[in-house]
Design a protein around this ligand. Structure first.
Ligand code: 5GP
Ligand code: ZN
Length: 119
């Protein structure tokens, strides 16, 4: 879609397929893919397909599109691996909040018991 993609944005390139990624979930407005650095196994990023920098640029429609998908993506991660016992949901906005990629994204961090040997 014209005007929605930023040429120098790494996540726009993932959405267009120019940069490969492992898709966890996708629909017309949202894509979820594995983070290149897995803080915990299954670490997933949920992004709007429309290029927006951060939460301050969301309107209600975009918020609905992105945030309404989070529970089912979290459930998919849990169902995919029975060792997943919990999930952290993290969203960094702005350099001062440790955002490093300036295309908005929500981190889903599956969590495991110590016995499973992961963080
Ligand atoms: P932030 O620090 O902005 O909240 O998170 C950015 C995330 O994007 C980091 O966890 C980083 O590992 C991930 N990331 C950066 N470049 C790529 C990439 O090319 N592919 C994927 N899948 N993840 C990336
Ligand atoms: Zn982008």
């Amino acid at each position: 879609k014209e005007g929605l993609t930023m040429t120098d944005c790494i996540f726009c390139k993932i959405i267009s397929g120019e940069i490969p990624s492992t898709t966890v979930y996708e629909d017309d407005q949202v894509k979820a893919f594995l983070d290149i650095t897995q803080v915990t196994p299954g670490h997933t990023l949920v992004v709007p397909k429309k290029h927006v920098v951060d939460i301050f640029e969301y309107d209600e429609e975009l918020a609905q599109a992105v945030f309404s998908r989070i529970p089912k993506i979290a459930r998919a991660l849990k169902n995919f691996d029975p060792r997943v016992k919990g999930v952290n949901i993290v969203n960094n906005n702005g350099e001062v909040a440790y955002q490093s990629v300036f295309h908005s994204h929500i981190h889903l961090l599956p969590r495991y018991t110590k016995e499973d040997g992961f963080k």
